[in-house]
Design a protein around this ligand. Structure first.
Ligand SMILES: Cc1cc2nc3c(=O)[nH]c(=O)nc-3n(C[C@H](O)[C@H](O)[C@H](O)COP(=O)(O)OP(=O)(O)OC[C@H]3O[C@@H](n4cnc5c(N)ncnc54)[C@H](O)[C@@H]3O)c2cc1C
Length: 433
């Protein structure tokens, strides 16, 4: 365990976001008290440690790495740079004490202690939506798991959760688990999805379902869970346009295991308790283009900020947050004061945007700002636009737009130069069925 308790930047969470943020901050703050990373698990790597399938790093490294391989590239770099990691340590609270933030931490070795840092990066990832959040009626037998919990059991604990499987929700984790359970000898009866489209990436529909002959039923949900000790089966029903079950379409599907892949919730209890303004759509903080939240000196990135589709973009965003946190220390005059910025908001066809504000460029050499967003509905082709009133700042045409795939666009200093504090950039998408 690191023995210093005062740092320039403290990063909470040692997943891909926390690792990339800590590395980027450490490159700017090489002193021993520059950067600290705190992780509650016994190893860094986050959720990637249980993702033994490949497909990570295609954008960043041009290679299809497994989760642990992707994570180890960042762990090795953090070690090389000498980033101290407090492992087996959970952060219980973050409070803003003006010049310093105070982190209340707890570990088996050190008990309760306080870490002080001048800037904090929140990189706590997300958790899965459990059965309790869905209100599915029925019994409470064993055999009902979230897809990530089943993945953890198989890949890290060598425990097979069941043999005859139904999956509710077509998120990426559910589809990846459909393939994983099949490879381990289970029979996956089907994947059922409430929406009229799959909510995971198209590549996972092909590689995890189609290639293994696993049926995907859209517009269908589980309406009852049966079994007194162990799960005996589920009743499924088609849903109408109002997403309510249609009477007369119910059918029983026998199974001993139900995996839920029905959404991820950013982990933000710490952010809320610290007084950070939240975005009700993403479940993450409201941030500017440097990933700084409404609390000066508190930054957010990765799945704690908004649920990402690809880890490569998590790393890129987190590097921005880590660099900005390190640079924040050298700008005491700006701390607590707001720099001129322009608002960013979703318009027609777009569900949310990150960031919610972009600082106006201080010089023509300022780096471009990244804007990430998701569309509301799938379309075969479409145009995405960033506009202020009638002026188009940036426009792209995509062969396909899908809510599962995040769109990233860049705005250079030239596009932002003519804007003022009073302007709002509207992000819209217009696709064809
Ligand atoms: C099953 C599954 C399959 C996936 N497949 C792919 C894929 O094929 N390709 C791809 O590109 N992406 C994939 N992803 C997505 C990718 O793994 C995530 O986008 C990425 O891991 C998010 O990184 P993160 O650091 O934000 O969160 P995480 O990896 O969740 O890391 C967060 C870390 O914070 C720690 N933490 C939380 N709270 C505290 C606290 N209070 N104190 C201390 N530590 C704390 C946690 O222990 C954890 O280690 C997959 C994700 C899952 C779940």
């Amino acid at each position: 365990m690191a023995n210093k308790c005062e740092y320039g930047v403290a990063v909470i969470g040692g997943g891909p976001a926390g690792l990339a943020a800590a590395i980027a901050a450490k490159e700017l703050l090489p002193s021993p008290e520059g950067v600290l990373l705190i992780e509650r698990d016994r190893v860094a790597g986050g959720i990637l440690n249980q993702c033994i399938h490949d497909g990570f790093g295609l954008h960043r490294f041009g290679e299809a790495l497994s989760g642990p391989e992707y994570a180890s590239r960042f762990i090795d770099k953090a070690d090389l740079l000498g980033v101290p990691m407090m492992l087996n340590t959970i952060v219980l609270g973050v409070s803003d004490k003006g010049e310093y933030k105070e982190l209340l931490v707890s570990s088996r070795q050190g008990g309760l202690s306080v870490v002080r840092a001048r800037a904090v990066v929140l990189a706590m990832g997300c958790r899965e939506r459990p059965r309790g959040a869905l209100s599915i009626p029925g019994h409470r037998p064993s055999g009902v798991y979230t897809a990530g919990a089943a993945q953890n059991l198989i890949n890290l604990e060598n425990i097979m959760p069941g043999r005859d499987v139904v999956i509710l929700g077509s998120g990426d984790i559910g589809m990846i688990m459909a393939r994983r359970m099949t490879l381990e000898g289970a029979k996956v009866e089907a994947v059922f999805e409430l929406l009229p489209w799959a909510s995971g990436l198209p590549r996972n529909i092909q590689q995890c379902l189609v290639d293994y002959g696993i049926p995907l039923y859209l517009g269908t949900t589980v309406v009852n869970i049966l079994g007194m000790g162990r799960l005996e089966g589920v009743t499924v029903a088609e849903v109408g346009p109002d997403r309510k079950p249609k009477r007369g379409t119910e059918r029983f599907v026998p199974c001993d295991t139900l995996l839920l892949s029905v959404g991820l919730i950013p982990e933000n209890e710490l952010a809320r308790a610290a007084g950070v303004e939240m975005n009700p759509i993403t479940g993450g903080p409201v941030v500017d283009a440097d990933c700084m939240t409404s609390v000066s000196g508190v930054f957010s990135c990765g799945n704690a900020l908004h649920v990402h589709d690809l880890v490569d973009f998590v790393s890129e965003e987190a590097e921005r947050a880590g660099r900005a946190a390190a640079e924040y220390l050298s700008k005491p005059s700006q701390q607590g004061t707001s720099t001129p910025s322009v608002a960013v908001r979703p318009a027609a066809g777009v569900r949310y945007t990150v960031p919610n504000r972009i600082a106006l460029p201080s010089s023509p050499a300022s780096p471009p700002a990244s804007v990430a967003f998701r569309v509301n509905t799938p379309s075969r082709a479409g145009t995405v636009r960033l506009k202020v009133k009638d002026k188009v700042l940036a426009e792209e045409t995509h062969a396909r737009l899908h809510p599962a795939e995040m769109v990233w666009m860049k705005l250079g200093p030239d596009a932002l130069a003519s804007l003022s504090d009073a302007d709002t950039i509207e992000v819209s998408a217009n696709g064809s069925e």
